[in-house]
Design a protein around this ligand. Structure first.
Ligand code: IMP
Length: 413
């Protein structure tokens, strides 16, 4: 069995959780490699909703090893809460957390809140940016630091001092609180790189679970309206220690339309009533923050760009059923920027506002497709829409999701 990465091709919330959940059954290890509890992967099983922020969503299957790699920022309070909730549901966890995960500290959350007042990125306010800022500034604190109370305490004290926050936070209180969490999670903590290396040697199969999406990537996204990690394929190497040559397949997950939550460029945004009706039909509210997501038409230049960055080998289209009621569907096929035509996001862009989407109109199918199980039974217009995406990207479509339940999937052969 070859290893697989599942990557979001838009601004996150593409429905990766559902696709991961469907495919996880065939893999031995499910691995998160970046981000933190800014992510929210929603999975419905028998009408029950599970939302995962840190634990890989593949954990709903028995006997899977779920791994939180070193690239993930961990808020131990959230992690513990998630572990306890799953255990209450009777789910046996086979969880492995890297010693090298950076810790989200209470002051990171406070700094995120304060920065948002002026910077207005529309972050999830979970402390993600400030945590990764400390990582890069070489003053971050990792899980392994909690193995030694004195080392941990000194680092907390130093951070509060450097940030002039000593009057707001009590280091002893933070240390006691975090060590109490550590005590409850320590059995899960290990060298996840060695664990995965061993899995590869034993020819076990690995599924790498991306959080967020390519257009939120710190290097390749719509900077500065991005998250602080690499949700793209390159993040797997740095976030797990597994060399890229072990990732044979890369599925790109894209919604049949576009959404984004938070501030930032969104060339195909629909601002009027139609945007709102897509939001209601698609239940487009953030799984982490509950914020309403901005909705828009499919943006092929952005997705084409995302596919190239990640070396996508096949595509899963989600939420096709949300378009059921539309008589016509617009798709942005190219961008016009200062009179020049582009087929993907150009790097020389100075202002995202300069993008003029060029649209093509496609007929809708105006019927409920939620119960269709075979590709050939989809209405002609829906098949045309899927074929149009395949042709525009020159990448095969492997799966189309037409509803929130595990069985509402259509394999495309
Ligand atoms: P942060 O990751 O909390 O710093 O937020 C930075 C940007 O990424 C904001 O626009 C967030 O709304 C967005 N973002 C972060 N995580 C997710 C996610 O899981 N889905 C969608 N957007 C996200």
């Amino acid at each position: 069995m070859q290893n697989l990465a599942i990557i979001g091709l838009q601004w996150g919330d593409e429905g990766k959780g559902k696709i991961i959940d469907c495919l996880a059954r065939d893999y031995d290890y499910i691995v998160r490699f970046q981000g933190g509890n800014n992510a929210g992967h929603t999975v419905f099983v028998s009408n029950k909703e599970f939302i995962f922020h840190l634990i890989p969503s593949g954990c709903l299957y028995k006997d899977k090893h779920c791994v939180i790699g070193n690239g993930v920022a961990v808020n131990p309070a959230i992690l513990l809460d998630e572990i306890e909730n799953l255990e209450r549901e009777g789910i046996e966890l086979n969880l492995h957390i890297s010693y090298r995960c950076h810790l989200i500290m209470p002051y990171h959350i406070a700094i995120d809140e304060i920065r948002e007042k002026t910077q207005k990125i529309g972050t999830t306010k979970r402390g993600i940016g400030p945590c990764y800022t400390d990582k890069v500034a070489r003053c971050g604190i990792v899980i392994a630091d909690m193995l030694d109370r004195n080392v941990f305490k000194e680092k907390v004290r130093e951070n509060l001092n450097q940030k002039s926050l000593d009057s707001l936070f009590n280091p002893d209180k933070i240390v006691d609180e975090y060590l109490a969490y550590f005590d409850k999670i320590k059995d899960f903590v290990c060298d996840t790189r060695v664990l995965l290396e061993d899995a590869i040697l034993k020819r076990k199969s690995i599924l790498f679970e991306g959080a967020q999406g390519t257009l939120l990537d710190i290097d390749f996204g719509t900077y500065p309206y991005v998250t602080s990690t690499n949700p793209t394929i390159g993040g797997i190497g740095t976030g797990t220690g597994i060399p890229p040559r072990y990732i044979e397949n890369v599925i790109g997950v894209m919604k049949a339309y576009s959404t984004r939550v938070g501030e930032g460029p969104f060339p195909t945004e629909i601002k009027k009533d139609l945007g709102e009706s897509l939001r209601e039909k698609g239940r487009e509210y953030g799984a982490t923050t509950g914020r309403p997501r901005r909705c828009g038409w499919l943006d092929l230049p952005a997705i084409r760009y995302s596919c190239k960055i990640n070396g996508i080998t096949s595509i899963a289209i989600t939420k096709l059923d949300v378009l059921d009621c539309l008589s016509k569907i617009m798709v942005c096929t190219k961008y016009k920027i200062k009179g020049k035509i582009y087929g993907e996001i150009p790097q020389e862009i100075t202002s995202w506002d300069d993008i003029e989407p060029i649209y093509e109109e496609f007929p809708g199918w105006e019927m409920d497709i939620g119960n269709i199980k075979e590709y050939d039974n989809l209405p002609k217009e829906a098949r045309n829409y899927i074929e149009m995406i395949k042709d525009a990207l020159s990448i095969p479509i492997s799966l189309v999701s037409v509803g929130k339940e595990r069985n509402q999937n259509i394999e495309v052969i």
